[in-house]
Design a protein around this ligand. Structure first.
Ligand SMILES: Cc1cc2nc3c(=O)[nH]c(=O)nc-3n(C[C@H](O)[C@H](O)[C@H](O)COP(=O)(O)OP(=O)(O)OC[C@H]3O[C@@H](n4cnc5c(N)ncnc54)[C@H](O)[C@@H]3O)c2cc1C
Length: 252
């Protein structure tokens, strides 16, 4: 069984783009039909492989933004000018174009209703999600899945975005979500501003004594900073799971 899972994971599948939609000022939502897609859990990612006519290949990872219930695979890809892969995906790919992808990948950065089903609702440890920029992508899959499954696990999201126009997720964010804007807020903004720090985590995240399971996702610098701050606040390192998107510069 395990061998079958590994073999399936390592198989490149043909994916056909059905939609390339604006999701925010810098991020596009790419929707794919994937031949033979085996299904996934919220939080997993895929590897995407592009092959040029001369045989040169480039490969990158992208979190799956859609819940398992959606038969199509949604990726939220930030356009990084000068990047090798993301500008092609966001600016050039059109409906009907194909690429290769493989997955789902990852069994660690995952949370699903099925995983909690055996635990009575009143004894479940809450789930704390902390996102920087496009790092909200796997959390949208989790939130959408939890909503569709009617899952009662308490969930909060603390989400750092540059501006109001950069916020992804729409009404999936819900009342358990707090968005902080790091690059200026509109006059009618009532939420917090500034980077995720100890004060914001203390005010908007589950406290350590609630023993939350914590997931942090985004650019590498963001993830490292938040993880250190969480431990300083008293969260157990063993309860914190990290997904680093790469990049060393802007922490969103
Ligand atoms: C498990 C995993 C999941 C990921 N999920 C997503 C996702 O859902 N959406 C998404 O947009 N990206 C995601 N990424 C990042 C993605 O794999 C690529 O690294 C990203 O698209 C940049 O690739 P590129 O070829 O365009 O840029 P590159 O040619 O690789 O790099 C160009 C420049 O951008 C910088 N850079 C690279 N990555 C980042 C970054 N993430 N943030 C800021 N600067 C960066 C590099 O340092 C370099 O200066 C994920 C990465 C991992 C490891």
């Amino acid at each position: 069984m395990a061998r079958a899972a590994v073999q399936r994971r390592l198989t490149w599948l043909r994916a056909r783009l059905t939609d390339n939609l604006p999701a925010s000022t810098r991020v596009r939502r790419l929707v794919f039909d994937v031949d033979g897609w085996p299904g996934h859990l919220p939080g997993q990612h895929v590897d995407v492989r592009l092959t040029a006519e001369d045989g040169y290949t480039a490969q990158r990872s992208y979190s799956i933004a859609s819940p398992p219930e959606d038969p199509r695979l949604h990726l939220l890809v930030e356009d990084l000018p000068g990047g090798e892969v993301s500008p092609y995906l966001t600016e050039e790919m059109q409906a009907g174009d194909d690429l290769e992808l493989r997955g789902p990948i990852g069994g660690y950065f995952v949370w699903s209703a099925a995983a909690d089903a055996a635990t009575p609702a009143d004894r479940r440890r809450p789930v704390q999600l902390v996102a920087g920029g496009a790092g909200v992508s796997p959390f949208l899959a989790m939130l959408d899945h939890a909503r569709r499954a009617g899952d009662p696990t308490p969930v909060r999201l603390l989400y750092s975005a540059r501006t109001a126009d950069d916020v992804l997720g729409g009404d999936l964010l819900g009342p358990g979500a707090t968005v902080t804007l790091t690059r200026g807020a509109p006059p009618d903004w009532t939420g917090p501003t500034g980077r995720v720090d100890g004060a914001l985590l203390q005010e908007h995240a589950f406290p350590p004594d609630a023993r939350p399971r914590v997931f942090v996702c985004g650019p590498t610098v963001f993830v490292e900073t938040v993880a250190t701050t969480l431990v300083d606040l008293g969260h157990s390192p063993s309860a914190i799971r990290l997904e680093r998107f790469g990049g060393t510069g802007d922490p969103a």
